[in-house]
Design a protein around this ligand. Structure first.
Ligand SMILES: *Cc1c(COP(=O)(O)O)cnc(C)c1O
Length: 394
């Protein structure tokens, strides 16, 4: 597992410890929740000073002490100067995009990315003065030739939703740096336990903390981490748009992250085992899991990821009808959206996000694609459940 270069602590230790600043203190071992939305000031002058300095002890939308431990933790895990936390992954993503894409600017983005990220970019492109080029960001030549005078950033999602395409973060970042362009990486599917985009040259890393970081499907959140000058306008957007994370939610996320290393270790190993099992079955038509040598991006994935993640996407011979039969035959694995929780869930991405979206001709997904998010159940029971349901599809 990766090490934080500054502290010398491993990712597992960074994730487990609430405080990273040494042991000899008298304080609660865990983080505290401060619910108050406003703070008193000892004088009128001090009140004005707290406001002007953007203190975290003024008004909750401007920042609050409960999110500080969480932001520090995320920054440490991503080896970043600092981090910002948001009310959801989308609050983080839309604030980051709005902050860095003024009218007249151009952005290059993956053609197959999280559906609402795609929608935000299309919204910016429709009459709001931002030019967007969607392309396959694995294709370095396509990325290079799409660069323009006004290109501000390249937006990667890797691995991407839902077919787990892997873009080369280091190569795209090197290319971008030559032209003074920033690279944003949605690293939700990998987590810092598998991939460190900033260490590979990216300008900003983004996560939906609702997924593996929180890990229990009981709290939403989003985070971004990077250099202070990249974060500054995003913090301003957060203050204006108001996507602040609730103190209770901050605390829950911090608690979730404490077990990130052990959860991901189990989830990544189980996902790999299930992917290998599925790959051997004649009934399986296509299968995507980044660290299997049959994956189209295996070479890049094995360079930049230490594990393949917790999601497997696959399709069956017989298409959507067989996919529905598989879902309806499962007894242990539950039908639900999202990913990265302790319970294994399965869904059909096309029916949810891609159905009826004609504009996604290039990046469109197979209507029979099945997305499996692996959890912490016993691997033998997961295998047995998938196997009995697959037998119903023969
Ligand atoms: C879920 C998800 C998002 C959006 O996050 P929310 O917390 O649902 O707002 C963004 N990117 C990826 C890759 C996701 O999986």
């Amino acid at each position: 597992m990766s090490e934080d270069r500054r502290s010398g602590m491993s990712a597992a230790t960074l994730a487990a410890r609430t405080y990273l600043d040494g042991a000899r203190k008298n304080r609660p071992l865990t983080s505290s929740i401060i619910r108050g939305t406003i703070y008193t000031a000892p004088s009128a002058e001090e009140h004005a000073r707290l406001y002007q300095e953007g203190a975290k002890t003024f008004y909750q939308r401007f920042g609050h002490p409960s999110e500080e431990d969480l932001a520090g933790k995320v920054a440490a895990l991503e080896s970043a100067a600092s981090a910002l936390v948001f009310a959801s992954g989308m609050a983080a993503i839309s604030s980051a995009l709005l902050a860095h894409l003024p009218p007249g600017s151009h952005v290059i983005a993956g053609e197959q990315i999280f559906a609402q990220t795609d929608e935000v970019l299309r919204w910016l492109a429709s009459g709001r003065g931002v030019e967007v080029t969607f392309l396959d960001t694995r294709d370095l030549r396509a990325v290079a030739s799409a660069l323009r005078q006004n290109t501000r950033l390249i937006y990667l999602e890797t691995p991407s939703n839902p077919t787990l395409r892997v873009s080369d973060i280091a190569a795209v970042s090197a290319l971008a740096r030559e032209s003074g362009v920033m690279v944003f990486v949605d690293s939700t599917f990998a987590t810092p336990m598998s991939q460190k985009p900033l260490s590979l040259g990216a300008s900003l890393v983004l996560h939906s903390a609702t997924k593996l970081l929180g890990g229990h499907m009981d709290v939403m959140g989003g985070v971004v981490a990077g250099a202070t000058e990249v974060l500054k306008p995003i913090a301003e957007m957060k203050r204006l748009l108001g996507g602040v994370l609730d103190p209770q939610a901050s605390w829950l996320l911090l608690r979730g992250i404490k077990t990130l290393a052990v959860r991901t270790e189990r989830v990544f190993a189980s996902a790999r085992a299930l992917a290998e099992m599925l790959q051997r079955l004649p009934l399986v038509e296509s299968l995507y899991y980044p660290l299997l040598c049959t994956h189209p991006d295996f070479e890049v994935a094995s360079r930049q990821m230490s594990a393949g993640g917790g999601v497997i996407s696959f399709s069956l011979k017989g298409g959507p009808a067989q996919a529905r039969r598989l879902l309806n035959s499962l007894r242990l694995i539950q039908i639900a959206s999202s990913l990265g929780g302790v319970e294994t869930v399965i869904e059909l991405p096309y029916d949810l996000d891609w159905y009826g979206k004609d504009h996604l001709v290039v990046g469109a997904v197979d209507p029979g694609l099945i997305r499996l998010s692996v959890g912490l159940e016993d691997i033998h029971e997961l295998t047995a459940d998938l196997s009995q349901a697959l037998r119903m599809c023969e």
